[in-house]
Design a protein around this ligand. Structure first.
Ligand code: SF4
Ligand code: SF4
Length: 370
């Protein structure tokens, strides 16, 4: 178990111990989907515990109310243990396996790859392009491609992105095979839709009503709100890129597009979401009580939030200054951050989205089968 300190118990074994205690106590059954799912089981196989860990949204609610939390001798700390078990599952199911070690020191690796991505895009552009072109003013159709040629921009980014998506799909399939035994033959379109809906609404960060106790013991919807900004901001940026691809390949309309065009409007709204969301989540994380967190995993969360924030910031600054001589350098820096995100996508906290979605689909299927 690579992600645990030597002093820490192995996460799956510890999760089994905690679920046995919680299944006798059941005080937290109204908090989230985890406890009802736990109550559907009398024994906990490794796949069940991995599923429960990925169903947990880390809201800390059960820690704050638990009469057996430290310093009680039972030492019940469900959010921390499930956080470690989730991270262990990201590593176990990652593809290709030799890259799974990237989760081990994820914050550091993400930072190094970000620097490498930046250096690569900057180095290649300066190697291929005359500095007068990079630092010149360009406007109108094809302005971006005068700084970084179309093929140099589209092919590397497209191939890296496709590899990242393939790696995440393989990881998701491996996870599903290992955890979904309880719903074998019980999956229905309604269950899938139910799981997707719970994912899109983050229902489980509602804490059973009134929000969750994060970052402190006060009930609040702050985490759900900032997560929505982040998730929907990311999806709007993805939609902007998809629409721009259709404009380019289907209609032959070459970027950059007007400020009121669909890709720019979607990208601007998404960019604002990706500024507000990660900044808010970072601020909450800084204030969050440390005891229910897995200290060694904070770097993984922070690294991704900072990277998303920087991608958005550089994208919006590029939009504002795209018709000035700063455009070339801003474009290079923005694409360097984007490349770093694509490369690390399957080996970063981003994978939690895939596993959480699958866990919520399984939860919906189990509830329907009751
Ligand atoms: S977390 Fe604590 S209070 Fe909640 S069900 Fe488990 S043992 Fe009971
Ligand atoms: S931390 Fe929150 S989501 Fe996770 S088990 Fe506890 S109450 Fe449920």
């Amino acid at each position: 178990m690579l992600l645990t300190d030597k002093a820490q118990p192995e996460p799956i074994g510890e999760a089994e111990r905690l679920m046995t205690i919680c299944n006798a106590c059941r005080y937290c059954e109204g908090f989230c989907a985890v406890f009802p799912a736990m109550e559907r089981r009398r024994f906990f196989a490794e796949g069940d515990l991995t599923y429960l860990a990925n169903l947990c949204h880390g809201c800390q609610g059960c820690y704050h109310v638990c009469q057996y939390a430290p310093p009680h001798e039972f030492d019940v700390n469900v959010p921390q243990t499930f956080s470690r078990a989730r991270a262990e599952s990201y590593e176990r199911f990652a593809w290709p396996g030799f890259l799974a070690k990237a989760f081990h020191r994820n914050g550091l690796i993400l930072s190094l790859l970000t620097a490498l991505g930046l250096a690569l895009v900057i180095g290649l552009t300066f190697g291929l392009q005359n500095p007068d072109v990079i630092f010149g003013s360009h406007s109108g159709e094809g302005a971006f491609y005068r700084v970084i040629p179309y093929e140099a921009m589209v092919w590397p980014f497209g191939l890296v992105f496709l590899f990242a998506i393939a790696a995440m799909i393989v990881g998701g399939v491996r996870y599903w095979r290992a955890t979904s035994g309880a719903v074998h033959g019980k999956l229905s379109p309604g269950a899938v839709l139910g799981g997707v809906w719970d994912t899109l609404t983050l229902k489980n960060l509602g804490g059973g009503g009134g929000g969750c106790t994060y970052p402190d013991e006060t009930f609040s919807y702050a985490r759900r709100t900032y997560h929505h900004f982040t998730f929907y901001g990311f999806m709007l940026c993805f939609a902007a890129t998809s629409v721009a691809t259709v404009y380019d390949h289907v209609f032959g309309w070459i970027a950059p597009y007007g400020y009121l065009s669909l890709p720019v409007v979607l990208g601007t709204l998404g960019g604002i979401g990706l500024l507000v969301g990660p900044a808010g989540l970072l601020a909450l994380k800084m204030r969050a009580e440390p005891a229910p967190q897995a200290r060694e995993l904070v770097g993984m969360d922070v690294a991704l939030l900072v990277l998303l924030f920087l991608i958005s910031l550089t994208g919006l600054v590029l939009l504002v200054f795209r018709e000035t001589s700063a455009m070339g350098l801003l474009l290079i820096v923005h694409l360097g951050f984007v490349l770093a995100l694509f490369v690390t996508l399957p080996y970063s906290k981003m994978v939690h989205g895939v596993y959480r979605l699958l866990a919520l689909i399984q939860d919906a299927a189990e509830r329907r089968a009751e």
